[in-house]
Ligand binder design. Structure first.
Ligand SMILES: CC(C)(COP(=O)(O)OP(=O)(O)OC[C@H]1O[C@@H](n2cnc3c(N)ncnc32)[C@H](O)[C@@H]1OP(=O)(O)O)[C@@H](O)C(=O)NCCC(=O)NCCS
Length: 182
């Protein structure tokens, strides 16, 4: 069984980005992103109703990191580390099988500048070398071509297509599963 046991939150850097822990001060930005229908178009999850929902989510998520359950970063530009512009990370883990699911989102002002690609390079390398994952999985809504293209660009391979396996908002939705082996 894999254990995630980091003594402190692993802050990562890339050429342009700082990847840091979520803080309660990110709640307003995260709320704005998670209620923005451009961002959420293919993210089939309940929208938060208040920033309080987000604060609770951040606290619970950070507690989960301390307990070794998962690990996800706020994406910020190095020149303004306090301003969240997106997030990326291993939101769900399957530690018994050394596997975790990666997910990411970015504020639309920053789309198509290679930011998620830059963050993915770093977090994939970290996932394999430091977290000791064996496979990284991604689960997309088949309509999400942007996400599909990014995954293919980073070497992910389509592993499965589940028909109507996911019930959300009164509909049964399909899922496409991609994975990257160490
Ligand atoms: C998907 C998303 C994260 C892409 O982030 P990004 O930083 O704009 O992506 P990048 O600039 O790093 O793009 C890398 C590659 O992905 C592909 N890509 C990105 N956006 C795309 C789009 N809108 N349409 C088609 N391909 C796209 C391209 O191949 C691109 O390479 P190129 O610019 O050289 O052509 C961003 O659009 C987003 O936050 N979407 C909403 C949230 C979401 O759907 N998250 C994924 C859930 S599974």
């Amino acid at each position: 069984m894999l254990t995630l046991n980091f003594p402190s939150f692993p802050v990562l850097e890339t050429e342009r980005l700082l990847l840091r822990e979520h803080a309660l001060t990110d709640a307003d930005t995260l709320f704005a992103m998670r209620t923005n229908e451009n961002v959420m178009r293919f993210i089939d999850r309940e929208r938060p109703k208040t920033t309080q929902d987000i604060e609770t989510f951040i606290s619970t998520f950070n507690e989960g990191f301390k307990q070794g359950q998962h690990l996800a970063w706020v994406i910020a530009l190095k020149e303004n580390p306090a301003q969240m512009i997106g997030s990326i990370g291993y939101w769900r883990t399957n530690l018994a099988n050394y596997r975790a699911e990666i997910g990411y989102m970015l504020h639309p002002n920053y789309w198509r500048k290679g930011i998620i690609s830059e963050a993915l390079n770093k977090t994939i390398a970290f996932g394999f070398s430091e977290m000791k994952l064996h496979t990284i999985q991604a689960n997309i809504n088949p309509g999400n071509d942007a996400s599909r293209q990014i995954l293919l660009k980073h070497g992910f391979v389509k592993e499965a297509y589940f028909k109507e396996d996911y019930y959300f908002n009164g509909q049964f939705l399909d899922s496409e599963i991609y994975s990257l082996l160490k």
